[in-house]
Design a binder for this molecule. Sequence first.
Ligand code: HOZ
Length: 429
Amino acid sequence: MNINKSVALFSRAQQSIPGGVNSPVRAFKSVGGTPLFMQKAKGAYLYDADGNQYIDYIASWGPMILGHAHDEVIKAIQQQTFHSTSYGAPTELEIEMAELIISMCPNVDLIRMVSSGTEACMSALRVARGYTGKNKFIKFEGCYHGHADAFLVKAGSGLATFNIQTVPGVTAGVANDTLTCAYNDLEAVKKLIADNKNEIAAIILEPVAGNMGCILPKEGFVEGLRTICDEENIVLIFDEVMTGFRLSVGGAQQTLNVDADLVTYGKVIGGGLPVGAFGGKRKIMECVAPLGNVYQAGTLSGNPIAMIAGYTTLNILKNNPNIYQELADKTTYLKDGLHKVLSEVGVDYVINQFGSMISIHFSKQPVTDFATAAAANNQLFNKYFHAMLQRGIYLPPSAFESWFLNNALTKEDLDKTINATKESLEEVL
Ligand code: HOZ
């Protein structure tokens, strides 16, 4: 495969951008090789600068659930641009967006739009602290809630990919208020709470984790957290940046049937433009300025172009909930096919799937938390990644990321992926 243009672009990019990329995992540093520079995408396919086509399993890390350059979304964006790209003043479109989200998501009485999932999680934590008057919070090892200082402790995604244990620049004062324990370990949560009685403002989690590969909550885990939070006056925050509008119209809250107090959104909510949001129960969200004193603001929050892209995408999903069944069916088809070829090849593996999130860990033991994800044969994953890329399949360039399916994928694409997996593993094992 000719990737000469990507090689040249990567070399040029490194002169002006740290590591040549604007988000670390994109650099392919852990899998090795040259990151591919994209030129365009349509439906389920990415096209790099050299014109190579790839079947896309990252969907821009989640947002492109309908496939790339969806006609309706593109048209809506184009029309909106004629009115202005930003006002810094309120618009009716923001109300429509808020009303649409509230109609789709449980426990969202009030919602504030921001520009990224990082901002959403950072703000939700501040609100939980302001509401409860407490400082500490619990997060789970391997969960990633964006790059605000407080969350960069035992975080997944790029930090796990590059094995970054402590982040220079995050002060001990900030990190000391971040308490961590293993995902799916309810007893460890109880112990942390007992050891920090009346000091914990919030528990935040990815209700289905996607930043250490895809990791499913064990039965009773999320429900148990809900009970604990009720008993201890702790705000339960669901980070639905990945799961929101992806697992179902109402996200993980609806799919798992567990209520959160605050919820954060990103990715799908922006239809491919930079949008995040945090929302939740009225009594908590009333703390947010200008209603309350928990300050949060943004010049490009509620940006009209971003709003119309998100609004159009969410509306399509709300009016066509069959999309979720189609996505789940496609992902199950892929999983079944992968099971077949992986067992034929004879490698130790685990496939975790929830709806349209899926990942492979080359592991003998079940992968249920960060420790088991990290113990898998991730060197083999890296080789598998490159062999798949050679065959035109674009997977996340890290074993610590979930794959995201988009609804433009066809059965032919899935079959090609299954066959490529067999060939790839036979090549690299
Ligand atoms: N680490 C991000 C996903 N968990 C990737 C963001 C990006 O590179 O776009």
